[in-house]
Design a protein around this ligand. Structure first.
Ligand code: GCB
Length: 601
């Protein structure tokens, strides 16, 4: 055993000890918001830009009792109220603030959001405020009272607010703060735009008092004939009936709750979900007081040596990486149509796989991808130089992982949970990421765990993967910018790869930049010809990796990044897209397309 492996074994022992003491729970999130009774709180919100957090802190820097969340109004002409949502600015929700108001383009800080709504709630119902995502920290108030806060910019959260609502007019205020912090997830330094705001939809969801809160309906690991799962029923006594039926399979079972949960299994032979046949079944769940239906696919995913097997058969994952950046208008994706445009481009490229980088994308994106037959890699923003030895940082990362898995655990399309991207080797990092992998497996034993690594050694003339994290993950992601950040494109084709890990590798990033429409010699940076040559030679290199199980080159479309300062070429955009932000395909698009459509894999 090598020194690294011994260290790893010791670390993993420590990890399991910590975790066994801890209960592994899904996030408190209503599953499948689409099929719920709800009022949309999307649309125009009143906002106040508050860089000094004056609406929160007094001049003695103490939290105010009467902050902006009270939405105070002047009662007489002599009153002094130094803010007024109704006469201030407005923003659209969902949406980032940076691309909606010029003065907020580079802004990082606090913005207060307010929305009036009317509620006609019934006596026997509960009301949940559900936010699909707010970047980065949200503190939520209903009718002037604090209901809670949430950290993490890309996962959903909810608050049960029934007791704070009244019949008729109500208002919600959200303090949104996107200041970057060293200890945060992601940390201070990223290569994507820190879009602030209530970036995804907001709903007021109503449910019966006793309601179906969450459920898992998936094939049992290793089986294609046993659908196994559980249904969590809020406020249920023991022994209440829960029925799960799948009309398309002519199956229905009734299970009884115990401790608020009913477990079931169904013997069936579903047609398996795959990119070629993304079959989804209607699944109906019901209790005496509630019912919900979902579209669910069934498939298996596993590895065998260096192969990835989908439904028992080897699949080569022809992928592309995607940021949640809107085509044509830029900024955050805010509509299903925008998701479909991005996915349509990936289809045109010949992909059966997408890497949703570098944070959980919206549920809409994942569902649309599932309908279109894409395998999905989903990841949390544990990116670059996270504070790996800081416990609150770990807790934050684990919470984001829990929320991502909780939300998408019924999506057949999702086959890979990624715990990190390009993190520097070291013991605290190994411990941190091993814990995350262990946590993901405890929540969901049916999918594969991966991470994108950029640490490679060199042995016997080959690039050598020896990062100890390789031991922990099921599939090794490798980010490697041959021909862009290192060596000439022409030399990439000759590079060989090797590893002692008998595991599949996905080339999770390769690529180079080009400004759409800029032409010249293939040795001239930023030309489409240069980028195309990077792709040609990297494809040559990939052909020689016998343990390669797929690729997700960087990236489908140009995206905003505050690290990209070449005014005339980048102008705040990372130009590694195969397509410009205005939808124009660059030459490299067709090189990768040719590989995906014509390679006999
Ligand atoms: C990487 C990162 C990605 C960057 C990319 C680049 O390795 O994972 O987030 O955008 O390189 O363009 O440098």
């Amino acid at each position: 055993m090598s020194y690294l492996k011994i260290t790893l074994a010791i670390l993993l022992l420590g990890v399991s000890a910590t975790l066994s003491a801890q209960e592994v729970k899904n996030a408190d999130l209503l599953q499948n918001i689409e099929s719920r009774d709800k009022i949309s709180l999307n649309g125009t919100w009143e906002i106040i830009i508050d860089p000094l957090e004056n609406g929160y802190y007094s001049h003695r820097y103490q939290p105010r009792r009467n902050g902006y969340f009270k939405d105070d109004q002047m009662k007489s002409p002599s009153d002094l109220v130094e803010y007024n949502f109704d006469t201030d600015l407005q923003l659209l929700v969902p949406g980032d603030w940076n691309t909606q108001l010029e003065k907020l383009y580079y802004y990082e800080g606090t913005v207060w959001y307010k929305k009036d709504f009317s509620y006609e709630g019934g006596a026997n119902e509960l009301a949940y405020l559900y936010f699909e995502a707010v970047n980065y920290e949200a503190t939520v108030y209903v009718n002037g009272e604090k209901v809670g806060s949430h950290i993490g910019g890309y996962t959903p959260f909810q608050f049960e607010v029934s007791s704070l609502l009244k019949k008729g007019d109500n208002f919600v205020v959200v303090k949104v703060d996107n200041k970057r912090k060293r200890e945060a997830i992601p940390t201070i330094n990223t290569d994507w735009w820190n879009y602030g705001g209530i970036t995804r939809s907001v709903h007021l969801i109503t449910t019966p008092k006793q309601h179906i809160a969450d459920y898992s309906v998936q094939l049992e690991k290793g089986s294609t004939t046993n659908i196994k799962g559980w249904v969590e029923v809020k406020n249920a006594k023991d022994g209440e009936s829960v029925t799960v039926s799948i009309p398309g399979l002519k199956k229905s079972v009734t299970a009884k709750t115990s401790g608020g949960k009913a477990s079931f299994s169904i013997k069936a032979k579903p047609k398996l979900w795959s990119p070629k046949n993304p079959k989804l079944y209607e699944v109906k769940l019901s209790t005496a007081s509630d019912e919900i239906s979902d579209l669910i696919g069934f498939r298996t995913i596993e590895t065998s040596g260096s192969k990835i097997l989908l439904n028992g058969e080897t699949i080569f994952m022809k992928g592309i990486s995607i940021h949640e950046e809107a085509p044509f208008k830029t900024g955050r994706v805010t509509s299903p149509e925008e998701c479909r445009i991005l996915l349509g481009w990936a289809k045109e490229l010949g992909c059966n796989f997408i890497r949703l980088a570098h944070y959980p994308h919206s549920e809409t994106m994942v569902r649309e991808a599932e309908k279109m037959g894409f395998l999905v890699w989903s990841e949390i923003p544990v990116y670059w130089t996270v504070l790996f030895d800081n416990e609150p940082t770990y807790a934050n990362a684990q919470n984001q992982l829990t929320e991502m898995i909780s939300r998408d655990k019924n999506r057949a399309a999702v086959v890979l949970w990624s715990v990190a991207n390009e993190t520097p080797e070291g013991e605290p990092r190994l411990h941190f990421l091993s814990n995350l992998a262990k946590h993901a497996r405890a929540l969901d034993n049916t999918r594969l765990i991966t991470a994108a690594l950029d640490t490679q050694g060199f042995r016997d003339g080959s690039k050598f993967i020896e990062d100890p994290l390789g031991e922990v993950v099921d599939v090794i992601g490798i980010n490697n910018y041959c021909g862009w950040y290192s060596v000439d494109p022409a030399d990439c084709g000759m590079i060989k790869w090797a590893t002692d890990y008998n595991k599949p590798m996905i080339m999770s990033e390769v690529g180079g930049g080009a400004l759409y429409g800029m032409h010249g010699d293939k040795t001239e940076r930023w030309t489409e010809e240069y980028q195309a040559d990077v792709y040609k030679n990297n494809i040559e290199m990939m052909r020689n990796i016998d343990f390669l199980a797929g690729a997700s080159p960087w990236i489908l479309m140009d995206f905003r990044s505050a690290r990209r300062h070449l005014r005339r070429i980048q102008g705040d955009f990372n130009r590694k897209g195969l397509i410009s932000e205005q939808g124009m395909r660059k030459q490299a698009f067709f090189i990768l397309q040719d590989y995906y459509l014509n390679e006999n894999k």
